[in-house]
Design a protein around this ligand. Sequence first.
Ligand SMILES: Cc1cc2nc3c(=O)[nH]c(=O)nc-3n(C[C@H](O)[C@H](O)[C@H](O)COP(=O)(O)O)c2cc1C
Length: 338
Amino acid sequence: MTIRIGPLETRNRVFLAPMSGVTDEALRSVAHDCGAGLVVSEMVASEELVRQRQDMCRRARGSDKVKPFVIQLAGREAKWMAEGARVAQDLGADVIDINMGCPSRQVTGGLSGSALMRDLDHATSLVSATVSAARVPVTLKMRLGWDDTNLNAPTLARRAEDAGVQLVTVHGRTRCQFYTGKADWRAIKAVKSAITIPLIANGDCATPADAKAMLDASGADGVMIGRGAYGRPWWPGVIAQALGENGFREPTVLAELRIVLEHQARTIELYSDALGNKTFRKHAGWYAQRLFERGYISETALQAFRGKALSNSNNSQVASEIQALYDQAGSLHRDAAA
Ligand SMILES: Cc1cc2nc3c(=O)[nH]c(=O)nc-3n(C[C@H](O)[C@H](O)[C@H](O)COP(=O)(O)O)c2cc1C
């Protein structure tokens, strides 16, 4: 199944969540190549984007190969949201997503992110300013509300739809929960009843079975995967395939190695040799952890890889360490299968 965002149509209904410090252009392009229904940029601070701060410009980078290109904007002033939307469009964005879900004190302290859910009039004014400035569809990502006594996502979603938003994503936690407890998929259903535009459910969805249960419980049109895609950017595509959609077949160990090395190369290209090396370390650690969790490498091999590869600033040597790790994984996996 596909999802319509205004005139656009997604490949399937399993999306990769925006994650600052994780879903940069390199990771998004890999996830896209591996079947994700939609990928969204890391949160981009609208004022800083307009002022062309280098890191924000990099966050807002996209390519013609990854379509639709979605830039997520955050901000607390209508003026900057509107200006940011114009800049995002000039950068080629096909969709602008507004962040009203980030719980970070740094962001909510500046009264943006999920803090906007405490003042729906102000939140709606930001949405209206963004929609008025944009020629492309605008979407909105939020939480269930600020806290358990203010579960106002249905009202905000309704008001956003009235203001012209074309799709809403809801993370089934309140701001005050941060990432604790379990996402409440059932609570997302109240949003579905409040709107006619597509709804995407998010929070703690990490397997095909989770995705089915989440779709049932929330009544949502699609799901969004965040941390469940750490160390497996093909996972949204694989879940889509498991739901019977146009997705991606789970890669073999050898195919996985090719994807990982491609991800490393794209990361270095995006940042530079040194910053690319530093940025890729967490991904390399996650890839290795996933191999270990599936029983493809031993704990000793995992620890040895961490010790050698994750402090090595020579990217070719890191690539060789990755190759060696996957060689071990391949032989252990073959032995187990034999
Ligand atoms: C490291 C990290 C960074 C995140 N950055 C963003 C962000 O930039 N924009 C956003 O809307 N949500 C952000 N989120 C929230 C995720 O998009 C998602 O809503 C949340 O992780 C719940 O989904 P999950 O349980 O599938 O991870 C971030 C989450 C994590 C873990």
